[in-house]
Design a protein around this ligand. Structure first.
Ligand SMILES: *Cc1c(COP(=O)(O)O)cnc(C)c1O
Length: 376
C-alpha cells in the first residue's frame, strides 16, 4: 500500500467496500513498460480499468489504447487520445460497430477469420488488420480459452483474404495468457508469428507488425519477475525468430499497468463455524465474487489480504462474500490463512486489485451497490 492510499483511507468517511487506485503507481508502471521495451508501442488494454482518470493519465503520457467496443473507443477519445492511437482489438465485432469505429477515425482492427475480415473490408475500407493466432497460455494463472485467435496455419489465408479485399494486412497478434509468470512464454508464439510472416512474404504480402498482447503480471501472493526481465526475454525471442528484420511491435498491458496500483478496503461481516467441532472457520467479507472479486473464479487469482491482526497466530479459513448466492465463495478448495483473532467489524485490505475488479462488480445484485472507486 502506498502512503497516499493510506492517507486517503485514514480520512475516508463513507461506508462499504471501496477500491482506491494510486495514479502515481500507474504512471511508474507506464514508464517501466516504455523503458523495458523501448522500441515497442504501448496500447493499454482499457478493459482492465477504464476509469476516466486512468485513461486521461495514460493519454497524457503518450500511451495508445486497445479497445473492445465502441463504448471503450468513445471513452478513450473523451480522455484526449486521438483515434490513430486506438486499436479495435476484439475479434468479435458487429459490422455496425466497426462502421461506427471507422467513422470515429479508428483504422486498426483485429481479426481471426475470413468472415470478420469481410465485415472490416465492408465497414472500414482500406484499414489495417492484424490476425490473432492461438497461443497455449502455459504458465498463465488466468489462461485464455480458444475463444480468440486461429491456428497459425490459417493466419496467412486470413491475411491474404484481407489483402485481396483492399485492406492492409498489417501483422499478427497473440496473447500468452493473463498473469503470465513465465517471461519466456512469448518465445513459442513469436516462432509461430515469424512463420506466418514468411508464408505471407512468399505470397507477396509483407507484414509489418507483431502485437505481443498482454500477460504481464501483477504481484499477488507469489513474487513475479520484473518488467525489465520480460522486456529482455521478449527482445531475445524477437531476435531469435526474426533475425535482424525485427518488425514493428506493440504490447497491450492491462493487469501489469494497473493491478498493483489499487487496493480494496473491505470489512469482516461474520466469522462462524458450521459445527462445534469444525476446525475451519468461515470468514465472510462485505465484498465477494459479485462485488468485484470475480477473478477468484476457480480460485485462480489469490489476492494478498492484510488485516489489523497481522502478526497474531493464523489458521486456514474459508473466505466468502456477502451475497445469497452459494457461488459467492472466494477461497475454499485451498483455504486462506488468516489470523485466528480476526473479528467481526475488522477492516481488511485486499492488495493488487487495480485491474479487473470495479467493472466486474454487479450493478446491484442482492441490493449491494457496485464497488465504489477512488482514483487519487
Ligand atoms: C485483456 C486483453 C489484454 C490485457 O491482458 P492482461 O493480461 O491484463 O495484460 C491485452 N490484449 C487483449 C486483446 C486483451 O483482450
Amino acid at each position: 500500500m502506498t502512503e497516499r492510499i493510506r492517507e486517503f483511507l485514514r480520512s475516508r468517511n463513507d461506508e462499504g467496500p471501496c477500491l482506491v487506485v494510486d495514479l502515481n503507481v500507474v504512471k511508474t508502471n507506464y514508464h517501466a513498460f516504455a523503458k523495458a521495451l523501448p522500441d515497442t508501442k504501448v496500447f493499454y488494454a482499457v478493459k482492465a480499468n477504464p476509469a476516466p482518470e486512468v485513461l486521461s493519465l495514460l493519454a497524457g503520457l503518450g500511451s495508445s489504447f486497445d479497445t473492445a467496443s465502441v463504448q471503450e473507443i468513445e471513452m478513450v477519445l473523451a480522455a484526449g487520445a486521438s483515434a490513430d492511437r486506438i486499436s479495435f482489438g476484439n475479434t468479435i465485432k458487429k459490422e455496425r460497430d466497426i462502421a461506427r469505429a471507422f467513422a470515429l477515425g479508428v483504422r486498426l482492427f483485429a481479426v481471426d477469420c475470413k468472415p470478420e475480415v469481410e465485415k472490416v473490408a465492408r465497414a472500414a475500407p482500406g484499414s489495417k488488420v492484424f490476425c490473432r493466432i492461438l497461443s497455449d497460455c502455459v504458465g498463465a494463472e488466468w489462461p485464455l480459452s480458444r475463444k480468440f485467435g486461429c491456428e497459425p496455419s490459417m493466419a496467412a489465408d486470413v491475411l491474404e483474404h484481407a489483402h485481396t479485399l483492399g485492406l492492409e494486412a498489417h501483422g499478427i497478434s497473440f496473447h500468452v495468457g493473463s498473469q503470465q509468470r513465465n517471461p519466456h512464454a512469448w518465445d513459442r508464439a513469436l516462432a509461430s508469428a515469424a512463420a506466418v510472416f514468411r508464408e505471407c512474404g512468399d505470397r507477396g504480402i509483407n507484414l509489418a507488425m507483431v502485437n505481443l498482447g498482454g500477460g504481464f503480471p501483477t504481484k499477488y501472493l507469489k513474487s513475479v519477475p520484473t518488467v525489465k526481465t520480460y522486456g529482455s526475454s521478449i527482445f531475445r525471442a524477437l531476435r531469435r525468430h526474426f533475425g535482424n528484420r525485427i518488425p514493428e511491435t506493440i504490447i497491450e498491458p492491462g493487469r501489469g499497468m494497473v493491478g498493483n496500483a489499487g487496493l480494496i478496503e473491505a470489512e469482516v461481516v461474520l466469522v462462524s463455524k458450521k459445527s462445534e467441532t469444525d476446525d475451519v472457520r468461515w470468514v465472510y467479507l462485505d465484498i465477494g465474487k459479485f462485488g468485484g472479486l470475480a477473478e477468484t473464479m476457480d480460485e485462480s487469482i489469490r489476492y494478498p489480504i492484510r488485516t489489523p491482526r497481522d502478526g497474531d497466530a493464523t489458521a486456514p479459513c474459508v473466505l466468502a462474500g456477502p451475497t445469497c448466492d452459494s457461488a459467492d465463495v472466494l477461497y475454499e478448495k485451498q483455504p486462506y490463512e488468516l489470523p485466528v483473532s480476526l473479528s467481526i467489524g475488522d477492516k481488511v485490505l485486499i492488495e493488487g486489485t487495480g485491474a479487473y475488479t470495479a467493472t466486474y462488480s454487479a450493478v446491484a445484485f442482492n441490493g449491494f451497490p457496485p464497488l465504489k472507486t477512488y482514483h487519487i
